[in-house]
Ligand binder design. Structure first.
Ligand code: BYC
Length: 356
């Protein structure tokens, strides 16, 4: 388990009000000093009640507002894992930029991969509002201590994989992320609105690739089917463990961070996607898949949770390769970060000298 150190005093290079004290914890400190009754977690019960009433009333919690430490920690955990997923998610598709089959496909793919980088940046920004630094989160990712979505540990050997990622992975992402636009934490909810708009475009471009392949030559149809065969089950795993095994869902739903459980979203995804596969003329690789008219939903076969756990433990097909690629990119970008810091320091010194 990762322990994230919450910064309570200084963020170098930032102007916080309160004489350099971190603005996001200032409200917390002030509130804590008005010592009232405390609950088992050592939190002021009056503040806790007020917080819970605000959640109940669908008010957004903002960075300077008082929040329970566990709520803050849950958000840092989820938002940072989400940010890492966006950044690692650039890799399987980035592999295909130089090999995309036409100039148009290449430019679309470049734009999509760039969007994912942007999503990572908004999300690291949202996590920072909770008092943790982006550098610290990235260090945890590079040290192999942080989780990111299991889905990005699978390989992309053919062009059809790029179609399958857009259609299924971005499709699953939209299903999971649209409810996050109503998350109780304001900065995360607002970041998700823009991200979801872009994800819709990503999903359509993926489906368009699949449609072209499914209506193409026999070999292209086989490629599309093979990609669906390989990506279907890992896409279902993206929604996380079943509700009975999920550690965090119940509390996150109470806090209105999550609006649906993992199984509810997985079911919506299956119901939405199976007709799309039919339209493509492709077979979903699940012999137990059937329409349950009484329940008005699809029934599907068991998920291989052992495979999911193995991927989470770092033993998926590409875990090592993904981390190695991120570490190399971080090293290769060192000179850019150093140059930007030197430039900022030089200008700050010049501004200080001019003001003196
Ligand atoms: N992979 O109690 P649970 C994208 C972990 S980016 C890895 O249900 P929670 C895209 C979970 O973290 C897609 N780990 O947890 C980008 C927890 O471990 P810890 C990413 C997983 O948080 C580029 C443990 O299992 N989307 O779409 O209530 C190109 C127990 O789980 C996974 C997001 O991050 C997994 N699949 O629910 C294209 C969305 N599932 O932290 C596309 C935001 C579970 O206790 N996140 N775990 O060590 C969420 O909605 C929730 O965090 C989850 C999990 C539904 C993922």
């Amino acid at each position: 388990m990762i322990v994230i150190r919450i910064i309570t005093c200084h963020y170098p290079g930032r102007q916080w009000h309160g004489g350099g004290a971190c603005m996001y914890t200032q409200g917390l400190n002030e509130a804590a000093s008005k010592a009232g009754a405390h609950d088992a977690a050592g939190e002021d019960s009056a503040l806790l009640q007020r917080f819970e009433a605000r959640i109940e009333a669908e008010e957004k919690i903002e960075p300077k507002d008082w929040m329970p430490a566990a709520y803050r920690q849950t958000l840092i955990r989820q938002i940072s894992q989400h940010a890492h997923s966006e950044i690692v998610g650039m890799l399987p598709e980035g592999n295909w930029i130089t090999r995309a089959p036409s100039l148009l496909r290449k430019s679309i793919l470049i734009a999509k991969v760039q969007d994912e980088g942007g999503h990572g940046a908004y999300l690291y920004g949202a996590a920072e509002t909770l008092g943790v630094s982006r550098a610290e989160l990235i260090d945890q990712l590079l040290a192999g201590q942080a989780k990111y979505s299991s889905i990005f540990n699978y390989p992309t050997p053919t062009w059809a994989d790029i179609g399958a990622i857009g259609w299924l992975v971005d499709g699953a992402a939209i299903m999971n992320q649209i409810p996050l636009c109503r998350c109780s934490y304001g900065p995360y909810a607002r970041a998700m609105i823009r991200i979801c708009r872009e994800e819709s475009f990503h999903q359509r471009q993926g489906y368009d690739i699949m449609l072209k392949l499914a209506r193409g030559s026999g070999e292209q149809r086989r490629m599309a089917q093979d990609a669906l065969d390989r990506w279907w089950w890992p896409s279902l795993m993206m929604f996380g463990p079943s509700d009975t095994a999920s550690q965090h869902t119940a509390q996150s739903v109470r806090w209105k961070i999550k609006r649906f459980t993992n199984d509810e979203l997985r079911q919506k995804f299956v119901d939405f996607t199976v007709p799309q596969a039919k339209f493509l003329g492709l077979n979903v690789p699940d012999s137990e898949l059937r329409w349950d008219a009484a329940a008005a939903q699809h029934r599907f076969g068991p998920i291989d949770w052992n495979e999911f756990q193995q991927v989470l433990k770092g033993h998926g097909p590409c875990n090592r390769e993904r981390l190695a690629a991120r570490r190399a990119a971080h090293e290769q970008g060192r000179w850019v970060r150093e140059a930007a810091s030197a430039y900022a320091a030089r200008h700050a010194a010049a501004a200080a000298a001019a003001a003196a």
